[in-house]
Design a protein around this ligand. Structure first.
Ligand code: KIV
Ligand code: ZN
Length: 514
């Protein structure tokens, strides 16, 4: 093993599965294992065979499936039965590794194992020797090393290397470490342990204080060359080190570390989504690298910068992690630049005089909604096009309804001469009341033959689009559309739109007749 790259040891299927509620069946584990191979991880920790027949079978099936694409590792305590079970489960692995170990902190020795340090050391050595009778690749974990006495840890690590360990894992089991101190602990091993140069130092950091990635990277800076991690950082309690964070930190800060991994980073997003969907553990939107907002820009200032040059606000190219691109979130904080850019991407090239009213309508909508989606913009532009040729423009609509209560509507229309016309009516429901109030102003015979409403965007604040059909006295049918976050207003717009068309067609007929 060289020194210029870090080996990625994925433990999503073992430590990750220890996340409450994350248990997976064998088929699901196989699906993730295939994705781990696509990602190019060096080691897959497939399970803890002695813990259950299901875990045993998963390790066996993964070992068969993965072949020589990665080392397949099985966990055990420093107990003969565990090690034998791990060896059995790995029987068909092309590149098997047994991971065995014991607690080394004062707390684990005194309160959990209730043995002395010397006994723990003896068991550690015996476990490694036994594991070596089955496989050549044996990793030793010094559980709770993050809280252990450094001198005792050095002693244990030196002895397990003599016993045949090929990889020595220094876990911060309780997530207690602090980057500077954890780096110093790894540096201490490099300095004080004989034979350390012949083995790989591994770090396995938990995230109880939110420092798992920082601690793992401090370990790498001090000489560790294997990082144990999980997709999306899932794992016991607050989780494990997130693979995507370590890998992308090493890539984005090559200038600092000068160390690479063999991970195909373009597979990161796919892996994240797969693990989230299989385990049912959602990724928080602001999660580094794989969160839904990781490449989303919301403020107008940031959007303007990113549209001019992506790197002004992005240190990672989203394509590098398999995301289509950055996203510009259109909201009340967005400016003209972002709106125009999005409209152009949707195929709307608007001259300034047409753009400004759309921008005003956008701000109006954005004040009502948290986020404005593409479908909203299409509806807004469609709406604008519809109002250009209006004989009557809907200025205001107000309804009172409820149960009990008489649905009543008041509408204000403006005609082509700029005259404001107001009238009211009651009806069987709010839409009926609105339509009757409009009829009192426009006074043109028609029957409403169809009415449909659909949400054009997502969420409770979605823009509703109403489509209606009216039949005129001469049997011709006219369609009307209207969109608004209030479906009563959308209905009023749709009806006004249909009546405008009807009136326009009538005036054309009259012109033709004259
Ligand atoms: O956190 C831990 O110490 C572990 C070991 C079993 C490696 O998961
Ligand atoms: Zn762990």
């Amino acid at each position: 093993m060289g020194t210029d790259r870090v080996y990625i040891f994925d433990t999503t299927l073992r430590d990750g599965e220890q996340s409450p509620g994350a248990s997976m069946n064998t088929e699901e584990k196989l699906e993730i294992a295939r994705q781990l191979v696509r990602l190019g991880v060096d080691v897959i920790e497939a399970g803890f065979p002695i813990s259950s027949p299901g875990d045993f079978m998963s390790v066996r099936r993964i070992a068969e499936e993965v072949g020589d694409a990665a080392v397949v590792c099985a966990l055990s305590r420093a107990v003969p039965a565990d090690i034998e079970s791990a060896a059995d489960a790995l029987k068909y692995a092309a590149r098997p590794r047994i991971h065995t170990g014991i607690g080394v902190s004062e707390s684990h020795l005194r309160d959990k194992l209730r043995i002395s340090g010397d006994v723990a050391l003896e068991r550690a050595v015996a476990a490694v020797k036994l594991a070596r009778t089955f496989v050549e690749d044996v990793e030793f974990y010094a559980e709770d090393a993050g809280r252990a006495e450094p001198e005792f840890l050095y002693r244990v690590i030196q002895e397990v290397i003599r016993a045949g360990a090929t990889v020595v894992n220094i876990p911060d089991t309780t997530g207690y470490a602090y980057p500077e101190r954890f780096g110093a602990l790894i540096g201490g091993l490099v300095e004080h342990v004989d034979g350390i140069e012949n083995v790989v130092i591994s770090v396995h950091c938990h995230n109880d204080l939110g420092m798992a990635t920082a601690n793992a990277l401090a370990g790498v800076a001090a000489g560790a060359r294997q990082v144990e991690c999980t997709i999306n950082g899932i794992g016991e309690r607050a989780g494990n080190t997130a693979m995507e964070e370590v890998v992308m930190a090493l890539k984005a800060r090559q200038d600092l570390f000068g160390i690479d991994t063999a991970i195909n980073t373009k597979e990161i997003t796919r892996a994240s989504r797969m693990v989230s969907s299989i385990t049912g553990i959602n990724v928080q939107p602001n999660k580094a690298i794989v969160g839904a907002n990781a490449f989303a820009h919301s403020s107008g200032i940031h959007q303007d910068g990113v549209l001019k040059e992506r790197s002004t606000y992005e240190i990672i190219d989203p394509a590098d992690v398999g995301v289509g691109g950055s996203s510009i979130i259109l909201s009340a904080r967005s400016g003209r630049h972002a709106l125009r850019h999005r409209l152009e991407a949707l195929g709307f090239e608007l001259p300034d005089n047409e753009f400004e009213p759309i921008y005003e309508a956008f701000l109006d909508l954005a004040d009502k909604k948290k986020e404005v989606y593409d479908e909203d913009l299409e509806a807004l532009v469609g709406e604008r096009e519809r109002t250009l040729e209006e004989l009557y423009h809907l200025e205001r609509v107000q309804v009172v309804c409820g149960d009990p209560g008489i649905p009543t509507a008041t509408v204000e229309l403006v005609d082509r001469d700029g005259t404001h016309l107001i009238d009211s009516s009651h009806g069987t429901g709010p839409v009926d009341a609105v339509y009757k109030a409009i009829n009192r102003i426009v006074d043109i015979e028609n029957d409403l033959t169809e009415f449909s409403v659909k949400a054009v965007t997502r969420g409770i604040d979605a823009l509703g689009e109403v489509t209606i059909r009216v039949r005129a006295a001469n049997d011709r049918v006219f369609t009307g559309r209207g969109a608004h976050s209030d479906i009563i207003v959308a209905s009023a717009k749709a009806y006004t739109n249909a009546l405008n068309r009807l009136l326009e067609s009538q005036s054309k007929n009259i012109e033709e007749e004259l």
